[in-house]
Write a protein that binds this ligand. Sequence first.
Ligand code: PLP
Length: 404
Amino acid sequence: ESTWEHVAQAPPDPIIGVTDAWRADTDPRKLNLGVGAYRTEDGKPFVLQAVREAERQLSADPAENKEYLPISGLPEFCRLSRGLALGPTSVAIQEGRVATVQALSGTGALRVGAEFLSTHLPPAHPRIVYLPNPTWGNHKTIFAKAGFQVREYRYFDPASRGLDFAGMTADLASAPPGSVLLLHACAHNPTGVDPDAEQWGRLLELTREGRLLPFFDMAYQGFASGDVDADAAAVRRFAEAGLELVLAQSFAKNMGLYGERAGALSVVTRSKEVAARVESQLKLVIRPMYSNPPKHGAAIAARVMGDPGLCALWKEELRGMAERIKAMRAALYDALQQRGVAGDWSFVLRQIGMFSFTGLTRPQCEQLVSKWHIHLTLDGRISMAGLSAASAPYLAEAIADVVS
Ligand code: PLP
């Protein structure tokens, strides 16, 4: 008898499960709208030219080797990452009060950040994190594993398929002081709904008044608008207002480095001395977890960000990805209009980033899968990146059928 006889079968991951079902589907019309990764017009993964060129340079560089990185990662990568997020004129960076460590993409940054907070928040602060409802599924588990009590704030309004700002602010106003407030920096996953500039201003005030600690998850910088600076506006505004904050960055989507696991965790503090102590403690979190991060993805990202030519090429390609996604929103909206599908679908145009939260019910989603071979998560989220000019009308036809 096995030692593990009592071990129960774990449920499959809901998102990875969608891709498995799509792969097993033999219908030629099949579509994968579950995956959170960019696809070309032909439905293929996309390796950016800037990344290919950086890899070519790296492999030709005799100074490159396979030695371990420091515990906190590649210093140049950390420096460039926080610069990308906080901007070229960041006072916090100029004053040296930002602690940054390389992380295993966005997930790893969140996990190390949560662990650090759990250990080092002042003892009198509650270990409570406020997450938007809904949010990226992994957030809950990440913070729960780090010992946080997880609470939700209202976010998505199903009626308008937009932001429930009144609900959001009411929930945050009642959060105990010292609670951690998780905010999606841009391109909220899964809803595609972001606060506007005025609402961000109000959120900043609420954060300050309620003495909440903002933790920005920035998994889509540049992917929302096509412009890395525009997409960082909220984070920069909080930092420039003098707030302390935590920031998780990922290069999975905006540089297409998914499997390379390139990301960063920054803690913006009030002084250089505090930042140095925080960084020393972040290393103590990392060392017993995985010792030090992988080199290749960070080396690529550092080359791309650090070389003016490659950086310009990257930003152009990033804009191209964002533009294609916006074009798919327009194509889907037009096709829905042409079919006269009931209801107001203008939210498809308004929502931002990779995903659209359609409001389709679970039975409707199940029908999309079984009858139309369109694979998606059953919460009604569709990845706009999985659409093409050819498949958008097919999706509209299928939606028209399941909502009728
Ligand atoms: N945060 C959000 C909101 C995401 O959507 C994702 C990925 O889908 C991540 C974090 C983490 O991604 P990764 O660990 O691949 O960088």
